[in-house]
Design a protein around this ligand. Structure first.
Ligand SMILES: [Ca+2]
Ligand SMILES: [Ca+2]
Length: 322
C-alpha cells in the first residue's frame, strides 16, 4: 500500500519518479527445525525494483548462530550474474598449505588453509573488502568460517590465506569452501562486491554419506540451502540479506530456530513427555522392528536400541542437571 501511494503521489508530478524502490524479502521454509541429519534449511526471497523482479542482482545471505558467531555466509544471484565488471573481484579460491602451495586433503582436527586471489579493478582508488571463507562438510552442513578485513590498493592483485580449523569429529569426504568479498558484514549493511567462488577439498578420503537433496523449488528469485545435523547448535539463528543493485542498497532479515535434540514435542524442554516419545518408539521397534520416529535413533544405525535410550537419558539429565 505504501508503495502504491508513493507512485500515486509521484504521478501528480510530470512523469517524475523521485527514486527507484529496491526491495529485498527473505524467509525460511520452516520457522523451527529439528536437527535430524539431512534436514534442509532453505532461505529464499525476492529482489525487486519498483515491484519488478531483478534478474541479474547479487544477494548476500549471512546466518549467525545462537552464540552470535558467523555460521553461513554466501552470495547468490537472482537469475544470472550481473554483466558489469565489479570493482573488487574474488578471482579464485584454492585449498592450500600454510605456505600457499595447493593441497587438497586435510585430516580431521588440523588446519585447512584457503588461498584467495582478489583483484581491485579500480585504477584510482583503494577499496575496502571483507573476505570470507565458509566451509561446508560433505553433507552440506556449514561448519566453519574465516574472515579478513583488508584494503586493496588501486589496480592490484593480492593473495590472502585464510585458515579454517577442521573439527576432529568433522564428517569425512569431499567438502566445499566458498570464497566471497563484501563491502562489510551484511549484518552491518555490507553488500557483495562480486560473485561467489568455490573449491572442493577432501577431509580424509571416504565415500559421501548423503546424496545431495532434490533441488529446492521456489518462485522467489534467489535461494540457498544447507543441512543441519544432531550436532548443530540449538537456538535462534539470525539471517541477514543485502543487495546492491546499480548503486541502490536493500537489506532485510529474519530468524529461524534449531530445536534441541531429544525435545520431540518441540516445546523447548526435555521432559517426561519427550521420554514417552522415546519409550513408545523403543517398544514399537522391539515389537515390530518398525522405526516410528527416526529422531529416536540418535546414533543413526537404523535401530532404536539400548544405546539410543542411554543417549535420551543423558539428554534428559543434561537438561535438568546441567
Ligand atoms: Ca519437550
Ligand atoms: Ca540406534
Amino acid at each position: 500500500m505504501l508503495t502504491s501511494s508513493i507512485i500515486l503521489a509521484a504521478g501528480t508530478l510530470p512523469r517524475v519518479y523521485a527514486y527507484d524502490i529496491l526491495y529485498l524479502t527473505v524467509t525460511t521454509d520452516e520457522a523451527s527445525y529439528y536437527p535430524l541429519s539431512g534436514t534442509s534449511v532453505h532461505i529464499y526471497g525476492n529482489l525487486t525494483r519498483n515491484e519488478t523482479r531483478v534478474t541479474d542482482g547479487l544477494v548476500a545471505i549471512y546466518v549467525k548462530d545462537p552464540g552470535n558467531n558467523p555460521y553461513a555466509i554466501r552470495t547468490v544471484n537472482t537469475g544470472s550474474n550481473p554483466p558489469q565488471t565489479p570493482y573488487v573481484r574474488v578471482e579464485s579460491i584454492f585449498p592450500c598449505d600454510s605456505d600457499g602451495n595447493i593441497q587438497y586433503t586435510f585430516k580431521q582436527g588440523t588446519l585447512a588453509n584457503f588461498k584467495l586471489t582478489v583483484i581491485n579493478y579500480d585504477i584510482f582508488e583503494s577499496r575496502e573488502a571483507l573476505l570470507t571463507v565458509n566451509t561446508y562438510d560433505p553433507d552440506d552442513m556449514p561448519f566453519c568460517s574465516g574472515s579478513l578485513k583488508i584494503t586493496l590498493a588501486p589496480d592490484s592483485t593480492s593473495v590472502f590465506i585464510v585458515g579454517i580449523p577442521i573439527p576432529s569429529d568433522a564428517t569425512t569426504g569431499i567438502a566445499t569452501a566458498y570464497g566471497n568479498a563484501y563491502t562489510d558484514w551484511p549484518s552491518l549493511g555490507g553488500t557483495p562486491h562480486c560473485i561467489e567462488k568455490s573449491t572442493q577439498y577432501v577431509i580424509e578420503a571416504k565415500t559421501l554419506s548423503y546424496q545431495s537433496s532434490i533441488p529446492f523449488q521456489t518462485n522467489e528469485n534467489y535461494n540457498t540451502t544447507f543441512h543441519i545435523k544432531p550436532k548443530t547448535r540449538a537456538g535462534t539463528y539470525n539471517v541477514y540479506v543485502t543487495a546492491n543493485y546499480e548503486g541502490q542498497i536493500a537489506t532485510n532479515s529474519t530468524t529461524f530456530k534449531v530445536g534441541m535434540l531429544g525435545d520431540f514435542d518441540q516445546d523447548n524442554d526435555i521432559d517426561s513427555v519427550d521420554r514417552i516419545y522415546m519409550a513408545r518408539a523403543y517398544r514399537t521397534y522391539w515389537q515390530t522392528g518398525e522405526i516410528i520416529d527416526p529422531r529416536c535413533d540418535f546414533d543413526e544405525d537404523n535401530d532404536i536400541d539400548y544405546a539410543d535410550r542411554i543417549t535420551m537419558g543423558r539428554l534428559y539429565r543434561d537438561y535438568w542437571y546441567p
